[in-house]
Design a binder for this molecule. Structure first.
Ligand code: IMP
Length: 193
């Protein structure tokens, strides 16, 4: 019988990504699959803390091995902001990408140092023991939005070594070089060992 592992998300895109890599060896279950409808608290002030809160919540309530991720865009000139607050940078309601990008571009208006990175932290809990995996992609923030694929801050982020934004590069390339892909690769390596 395949080993079962809960991914503490209902994001269909993230689930597909993981299932495509691990699905043959491990049965990946979503929050919906285990009947979890709770609004899991994400109240920590670091990516590490939030990833941990989510995986710990599932382990404590369901007793199943599980993992959770948290991602932020960290801009050097803004002291690492928006960071853990990336989803709700422009307001508490969150997930308003247009408003978030607008605020970011305004805050960087006169600033020439536009270095930034996306960082993903994955927290894995196996039999109560936690391990974390980190993926980073460095780049810079453009002066205007470019491209229309992807999501979140993709139109304003240009990864190092490319002339195009994430949103212009498209998902095939992005998913090979992204912060999430790098963190997931480390998770998968651990699970396959
Ligand atoms: P989450 O932890 O994956 O939900 O990411 C938190 C927030 O970071 C999202 O709401 C987006 O604003 C931003 N974000 C995460 N991953 C990406 C990405 O790959 N491209 C652009 N924005 C992202």
């Amino acid at each position: 019988m395949k080993r079962k592992l809960v991914f503490a998300t209902n994001n269909a895109h993230k689930l597909e990504e993981i299932k495509a890599i691990l699905g043959e060896k491990i049965e990946i279950l979503s929050l919906k699959d285990i009947g979890c409808e709770a609004d899991i608290p994400e109240t920590a002030d670091t990516l590490e803390g939030n990833a941990s809160l989510k995986s710990r919540y599932i382990y404590d309530h369901y007793g199943m091995d599980c993992f959770a991720d948290d991602t932020g865009l960290e801009v050097d000139a803004l002291g690492g902001a928006p960071g853990v607050f990336s989803a709700r940078y422009a307001g508490e309601n969150g997930h308003d990408s247009e408003a978030n990008m607008k605020k970011l571009l305004v805050n960087l208006k006169e600033i020439t140092d536009r270095k930034a990175q996306f960082r993903t932290v994955i927290s894995l809990i196996e039999q109560g023991k936690e391990l974390q995996f980190e993926g980073i992609v460095k780049g810079d923030i453009l002066t205007e939005k470019r491209g229309c694929s992807g999501f979140g801050y993709d139109p304003v982020f240009r990864p190092e070594g490319y002339d195009l934004s994430f949103a212009e590069l498209g998902n095939d390339i992005k998913n090979k070089i992204s912060h999430r892909a790098r963190a997931v690769a480390l998770l998968c390596k651990h699970l396959s060992d």
